[in-house]
Design a protein around this ligand. Structure first.
Ligand code: CTP
Length: 401
């Protein structure tokens, strides 16, 4: 996973600096190319000799070392790198970074860095909790710097404990791997337009009443978010839901099935459509212009007309996206019913789930799905809706090639 990744580590002057030696070793083991800059005070805690032996590279420290600057200056150091990792990031180093201070090679390189920066704060818990440090950390976060930790636990000072410890070396390594994995994922659907429908639709009866269903929108929103993380341009067409908007998608809010239909066709062309919405099959034949009054006598009769089937229309349209994925919400004969929908609606895939009340799927956080396609059925284990979304996006990316 880390093969060939160029990681620049800045070691700050904190008691936890020795733990970074283990980080260097593990990153190297995984194939990363590690270069290290020691801050002036970092040198007080670990020696350039040890660090150099572990990283297998010359260790840098002085901004005005004439041989270093000719050889490989701070600009080059920070340019030819895929990630800058600052560990331990002391309160002082965080303060200098937050204020753009370039008073030594380490800070000058951080200021010149084009690569993403991850910092691993480590300091006494009172220094971490201090408003000045919190302000500086918030500034760095706003500047796009990522954080690993700090962790909670005992401090170097006897009898002191709290939040401020350097994260464990293996945790830092895992986070670095996750960072690069995320980067890989972000290329999966780059340049693609993905259309997702989500949530229920509501169909008015009169100005104050409507009929709807129990869809929460969690699965559809998770798919939209996963597609965005995979680098796609995402249009999410959502019925009324009470969950937050996913990051990085453009949302079109609708209420009725017919509004959803219009929004779907207005969003074309798309490479992929995932129709996760629980569209109302019917709507009241007439919408009363005024609130229906509780007049004496019988309750008012309700009659319905069928809504357009958005998935079926899209599946058979000449603007049909290359890949069309439908859902099937079933309470009985899940696979047989889903197979019928696959054929009838012109979908490439149907994600079938059991939505009977004891399955806990509608409104819940987990899902147990069967994926139907011309190639057959595969049943996934019970997963969180986020995991179902990740897997589905991976399947879609693979299918698009
Ligand atoms: N769907 C749609 N428009 C509709 C009804 C359903 O686009 N008017 C889509 C859903 O978004 C889903 C798929 O069709 O992707 C299947 O929805 P589902 O409610 O399971 O099936 P229905 O077609 O409504 O069939 P039934 O109610 O008989 O189960």
């Amino acid at each position: 996973m880390l093969a060939g990744k160029r990681i620049l580590i800045v070691i700050g002057g904190g008691i936890a600096a020795y733990k970074v030696l283990e980080v260097i070793r593990r990153l190297k083991e995984r194939g990363a190319e590690v270069r290290v800059i020691l801050t002036r005070s970092g040198k007080e805690f670990v020696t350039p000799m040890t660090v150099g032996a572990l990283s297998g590279q010359k260790v840098f420290s002085d901004l005005f070392d004439p041989t270093e600057e000719q050889d490989i200056g701070h600009i080059v150091l920070s340019r030819d790198t895929d990630l800058v990792l600052v560990a331990p990031a002391t309160a002082n180093l965080i303060a200098r970074m937050a204020n753009g201070i370039a008073d030594e090679l380490a800070t000058a390189s951080l200021l010149a860095a084009a690569a993403p920066i991850i910092i691993c704060p480590a300091m006494n818990q009172r220094m971490w909790a201090h408003p000045a440090t919190q302000r500086n950390a918030a500034q760095l976060a706003a500047d796009g710097v990522r954080f690993i930790g700090p962790a909670e636990g005992r401090m170097a000072e006897r009898g002191e404990a709290g939040v401020g410890r350097l994260s464990e070396p293996m945790e830092i390594v895992a986070s670095v791997e996750a960072f690069f994995a995320e980067g890989e994922r972000a290329k999966l659907l780059a340049g693609r337009h993905v259309l997702v429908t989500s949530g229920p639709t509501i169909e008015p009866i009169d100005p104050v009443r409507f009929i709807t269903n129990r869809s929460s929108g969690k699965q559809g929103h998770a798919i939209a978010a996963a597609a965005a993380r995979a680098g796609a341009r995402v249009t999410l067409i959502s019925g009324p839901v009470s969950i937050p908007d996913p990051l990085g998608v453009s949302i079109v809010r609708v209420e009725t099935a017919r509004e959803m239909l219009d929004a779907v066709f207005a969003a074309l062309p798309a490479d992929v459509a995932v129709m996760a919405a629980a569209v109302s099959d019917w709507r009241p034949s007439e919408v009363a212009a005024e609130k229906i009054k509780k007049a004496a006598g019988d309750p008012p009769p309700l009659s319905f007309v069928e809504n357009p089937d958005i998935l079926a229309m899209l599946g058979h349209d000449r603007q049909r996206p290359k890949l069309v994925v439908g859902f099937a919400a079933e309470t009985t004969d899940v696979e047989a019913n889903a197979a019928r929908k696959l054929a009838a609606k012109g979908a490439d895939y149907i994600v079938a789930n059991d939505v009977s009340p004891d399955s806990g799927v509608f409104g819940g956080d987990r899902n147990n799905v069967h994926i139907l396609s011309a190639a057959g059925v595969s049943t996934w284990p019970t997963l969180s809706k986020d995991e179902v979304a990740e897997r589905l996006i991976a399947l879609i990316a693979e299918q698009l090639g």
